[in-house]
Ligand binder design. Structure first.
Ligand code: GBH
Length: 442
């Protein structure tokens, strides 16, 4: 089975980047050679992770990184997106942990030797626990600690990096982590979620200032996730509900970057739930970015509700992936086109897109044709957005390999490479071969 694009698609041109993505906590293991982070603590609490697992082994990437780079090379990709573990590279006193830094230097050197462009994410959810103990993202000071970390790591890595993203998905850290508590650190209050979101966005702005100063020749930006919100019916109340959900879940994180304010829904919040914003914060947040990273997986459908602003509907009969997310590629095109209309955007990179499927290894093969279908329809959706004038410059499959899927533990597999966690053997799935062949066909 193949993945194809129309021969005239700009996605097949030389300047379009194809890559694969991972994140530190999800693949690294080797927790004893770094400081504890909030996900170590969260996993140790009963009932947080569906299979009771943790990140202690994960894909043992810290040990197996050399063969993993060879694996990445064998997929023909132009680029590899991974994240740096803050607790691996900065000690508790704020100084560099050279052993941790060396791990990333060796990784970067090998990628560069092979001509694979390193796209580095500076924060993919693994906040050092000692910083959480001081309030984490509820503490404004954490934004300045992040800025200090960025300054130190960017200096230490020198000219080895092609692109830096400050944050991966502030929505997830703030909303899932501090507002509803299904992610680390497991706090659950509206006011917490809103304050954490504000401090993460502030940290993004402070980090961007450092990046543009110390690393003007890398592509510097941020990665946001979007779950486009659709009304259940064309009833005006449902349309309003979907618009409000969109403002809360999606626009909250992008609007301040370009318009220096939060969306109108902030006025629907009780005064006590609104974030504390200091004067000048929006000027810091709205730094010029070189690119916008967009992660897309699914859409959500909403209806009006008498007691809340909106209520999400489960689309019972719709096609879904193994994690229960609806497969609805049209939302990807709609999202890109609408963002392009709403904001004056820099070039866009699709920094994550992919699907969890119940993969089985049989006779040394994984025939994940459902995942191939997902990639085919979603690459088509990106191509359609490009033909409607959206400037998309790259696409990264999530994920390079099966890994620790946060609250789902190891039960959900997003890889285009299969990982046998008993033996740590990697096997390229049919989707990985199809992706490799698409990239090779250019
Ligand atoms: C990303 O998060 C992460 O960056 C990555 O680390 C992770 O492994 C990957 O995705 C897969 O989860 O309840 O139907 O409305 C994506 C997080 C996924 C959060 C979709 C919102 C809405 C699903 N987003 N989700 S639904």
């Amino acid at each position: 089975m193949k993945i194809t694009l129309p021969p005239e698609s700009p996605m097949l041109a030389k300047d379009f980047t194809f890559g694969v993505a991972t994140a530190s906590f999800q693949i690294e293991g080797a927790v004893d050679t770094r400081l504890p982070c909030i996900w170590d603590t969260f996993c140790a609490q009963a009932g947080t992770i569906r299979d009771g697992s943790d990140g202690k082994q994960a894909c043992e990437h810290v040990k197996l990184w050399q063969q993993d780079v060879d694996l990445i090379e064998s997929l023909n990709v132009d680029a590899y997106r991974f994240s740096i573990s803050w607790p691996r590279v900065i000690k508790q006193d704020g100084s560099l942990n050279q052993e941790g830094v060396d791990f990333y230097i060796h990784l970067l050197d090998k990628l560069n030797t092979k001509g694979i462009k390193p796209y580095v994410t500076l924060y993919h959810w693994d906040l050092p626990q000692h910083i959480e103990d001081q309030g984490g993202w509820l503490n404004r000071k954490t934004a300045f600690l992040f800025q200090d970390y960025v300054e130190k790591i960017v200096t230490a890595l020198g000219n080895r990096v092609y692109s830096y993203a400050t944050f991966n998905e502030p929505f997830c850290s703030a909303f899932l982590g501090y507002e509803i508590g299904i992610h680390a650190p497991g706090k659950a209050k509206v006011a917490y979620g809103r304050q954490a979101a504000h401090h993460i966005l502030l940290a993004h702005g402070l980090g961007m200032q450092v990046l543009q100063q110390l690393s003007p020749n890398t592509e510097n930006g941020i990665v946001l996730n979007f779950t486009p919100c659709y009304p259940h019916t064309d009833n005006p109340a449902d349309i309003t509900a979907a618009r409000k959900a969109d403002e809360y879940m999606n626009q909250w994180y992008i609007k301040p970057l370009f318009d220096k304010c939060y969306p109108d829904i902030i006025h629907d919040l009780a005064q006590a739930d609104r974030p504390i914003i200091e004067s000048g914060d929006f000027d810091i947040i709205a730094q010029k970015i070189d690119f916008l990273g967009i992660n897309f997986y699914t859409r959500a459908v909403y209806e009006a509700h008498p007691n809340t602003l909106y209520a999400q509907i489960d689309m019972v009969n719709a096609p879904k992936t193994d994690i229960g997310w609806e497969i609805y590629p049209q939302a990807f095109t709609d999202l890109l086109v609408s963002l392009n209309q709403a904001y004056d955007l820099p070039p866009i990179f699709i920094t994550e897109n992919g699907a969890a499927m119940a993969d089985k290894l049989t006779d040394g093969k994984v025939l994940d044709t459902d995942r191939i279908d997902y990639y085919q329809s979603h690459l088509n959706a990106v191509n359609n957005a490009i033909s409607q004038g959206v400037n998309v410059k790259g696409y990264f499959a999530w994920s390079l390999m099966d890994n620790f899927e946060w609250a789902e533990g190891y039960l959900k597999r997003f890889g285009i490479v299969y990982v046998d966690y008993q033996t740590q053997q990697r096997t390229i799935k049919a989707s990985g071969l199809a992706y490799r062949d698409l990239i090779g066909s250019r």
